[in-house]
Design a protein around this ligand. Structure first.
Ligand code: ADP
Ligand code: MG
Length: 579
């Protein structure tokens, strides 16, 4: 895609820096993303949006007055980290709480979910509204499973306008949900998109055909059909949208035609004209429409059509004044809007340490053991990295070995950067954050959150490790389930973790030593991992290629069993003093 050779590693940062320089009245740079240039009124809600980059003007280009206060910007097509979301939210939060809103993608849900938890722990009121407008991504009965595409803009805009007029968090959240419930999108791709630095597109559409139901991360459509005239295409896209017309809202819509990256504006206008006439012929009035590039997918050729069904409440907000680089309405009254003199970045917006809890000698000793265990786990994963990658390549994206290696290397480095006086909770918190932010995949985010939970829970559990260990493992497992939404039998790491947890609890309850109990539990984890071969994946990236995965164990379950076995060996070989 890039005609001006760019460094893929700095592509996003450089683009954001340039964007802010090009829009100095509207945007400022904050650590982890961009925020509006002016402060939000004290006591108002901060709407924070985000997701991967490569979708301009989503997400950084629709930040401003009457719009979301900030956007968290991940790498191209990949979720920002929890740490980034925390930093961006803290840079704009003004006393009225935070509403996170983003498209429904597994990585975003995990990372923003973790950010929400951390901010709540610090006493902030944080809510989340997921955008689920893409009708091609799941049937109407499973609306909550759908992904978010161009309808993102409708929800973000309405939430931003509601926050700007001073609605409280309950109301901003309610209106954002309502906007999402009233928004439907369907799109079509004519050609694929290419990542910066890559030499071939992520997918291709055969010559003379188009792919209905495109995604915005290079996901191809669900059905390839021959190319159609703009007039035919208008009907093809409109009919399924109208089949899902929300009850009681049948007469007024905002019609939004969105170019995905390389559709010409003239062609978009032609399609818009046909859609407008089709709607009119069905007695549906078009109000406050939009036509242009709103949520793109790098250089993908394609268009999407969104219907935002309006009622008085939504229409007022949809038309309220707005000033962002890519979305404007009316005149924003800038009097009384304070400018932000100092741009908050890095240290200013960073998270506070875990608090001034007293660190016991036992917690320091556990911290030393945790460092040894992390190093041993890293060594084991490095040895098995190729094998884990091969298992992931069967039905996933092949990065599990690389991701686990990177994550554990970062975790070991973060843990050893802290001095010997540091307690277990703080060491595992730092290691978990580093793991989650560096690993890049789903498993890294889950492991990162899990080991943070583990450390806190052991530390809070008091002197007896025999008592606190089962509770801590349960807390860690529950973080994984809350964030990832998987259950037993979905063919994930949980299918090794759950048998591990059950055996550990039983063995400790029987009065066995921690080392003995861990050894038995690790055995169950290995058994659980190998039993996943028979299962069909129901979560994660392997789901769409489920058939191929049958007969092969789940990579995340195998790596869990490997780490559990390594931990058990180290603990068994350790001195009595360790436990
Ligand atoms: P990605 O899937 O993002 O490429 P990895 O390849 O590192 O991440 O990890 C894949 C593993 O993550 C899977 O084998 C599975 O065990 C685990 N996993 C994926 N999604 C979930 C989930 N929702 N809950 C629990 N584990 C999951
Ligand atoms: Mg993978």
């Amino acid at each position: 895609m890039t005609r001006m050779p760019a460094d893929p590693d700095t592509f996003v940062e450089e683009a954001l820096d340039g964007l802010v320089l090009a829009h100095p009245d509207e945007l400022r740079r904050v650590s982890g993303g961009v925020a509006r240039a002016t402060a939000i009124t004290p006591g108002h809600v901060a709407v924070v949006i985000g997701g991967g980059s490569g979708h301009y003007p989503a997400f950084a280009g629709v930040v401003g007055e009457g719009m979301p206060a900030a956007a968290v910007c991940g790498n191209i097509f990949s979720s920002p980290s929890a740490g980034q979301a925390v930093q961006v939210a803290r840079a704009v939060e003004a006393g009225g709480g935070v509403l996170f809103s983003y498209g429904n993608y597994a990585g975003d849900v995990i990372h923003f979910g973790e950010a929400e938890r951390r901010l709540r722990e610090k006493g902030l009121d944080v809510r989340t509204v997921l955008v689920t407008d893409d009708i091609a991504s799941a049937p109407a009965a499973d609306r909550t499973q759908r992904r978010g595409i161009a309808g993102d803009l409708c929800v973000f805009r309405i939430a931003g306008a509601s926050a700007e007029r001073g609605d409280d968090l309950d109301e901003v959240e309610r209106l954002a949900r309502r906007a999402n419930a009233m928004t439907r999108t369907l799109g079509v791709a004519f050609s694929g998109c290419t990542l910066p630095g890559a030499s071939s597109p992520l997918f291709e559409v055969p010559e003379g055909r188009m792919s209905i139901g495109l995604g915005i991360h290079g996901e191809p459509g669900i059905r390839d059909v021959p190319l159609q005239s703009a007039r035919e295409l208008a009907v093809t896209l409109l009919e399924p949208l109208l089949e899902e017309r929300p009850e009681g809202h049948a007469s007024r819509v905002s019609l939004i035609v969105n170019g995905l990256g390389t559709a010409k504006y003239e062609e978009l206008f032609i399609l818009f004209g046909h859609l407008h006439r089709e709607l009119a012929s069905r007695g549906i009035e078009v109000a406050s429409p939009l036509c242009g590039e709103l949520v793109t997918s790098l250089d993908m050729g394609g268009v999407s059509v969104t219907l935002l069904w309006l009622d008085d409440e939504l229409e007022e907000l949809w038309n309220a004044p707005a000033a962002s680089p890519a979305f404007r309405r009316g005149a924003v009254d800038r009097s009384g809007v304070p400018a932000v003199a100092e741009v908050a970045t890095g240290a200013d917006a960073s998270e506070e340490p875990l608090g001034q809890r007293t660190v016991t000698a036992e917690s320091r000793r556990d911290a030393a053991l945790a460092r040894r265990l992390l190093s041993a786990a890293r060594d084991a994963v490095v040895r098995e990295a190729d094998h884990l990658g091969e298992l992931d390549a069967v039905a996933g994206d092949g990065d599990h070995g690389i991701g686990m290696t990177r994550g554990l290397e970062a975790a070991v480095a973060a843990a050893s950067a802290l001095d010997d006086e540091t307690g277990l909770a703080e060491v595992l918190d730092a290691a978990g954050d580093a793991w989650s932010e560096t690993a890049g995949g789903t498993s890294g985010a889950l492991w990162g959150a899990a080991i943070s939970a583990l450390g806190r829970c052991i530390d809070e559990g008091g002197a007896s490790r025999t008592l606190s260990l089962p509770a801590a493992v349960s807390a860690a497992r529950s973080r994984i389930q809350t964030l990832g939404g998987a259950s037993a039998g979905d063919k994930t790491m949980l299918d090794a973790l759950l048998p591990f947890e059950r055996e550990l609890d039983a063995a400790l309850a029987d009065g066995r030593s921690v080392a003995d109990a861990l050894g038995r539990a690790a055995g169950k984890a290995r058994q659980g991992a190998s039993d996943t071969a028979a299962l069909t994946p129901r979560k994660g990236r392997a789901r769409p290629l489920a058939e191929r995965s049958i007969g092969h164990p789940d990579p995340g379950a195998v790596s869990f069993a490997l780490i559990a076995s390594t931990v058990a060996e180290v603990v068994l070989g350790g001195t009595e003093e360790d436990l």
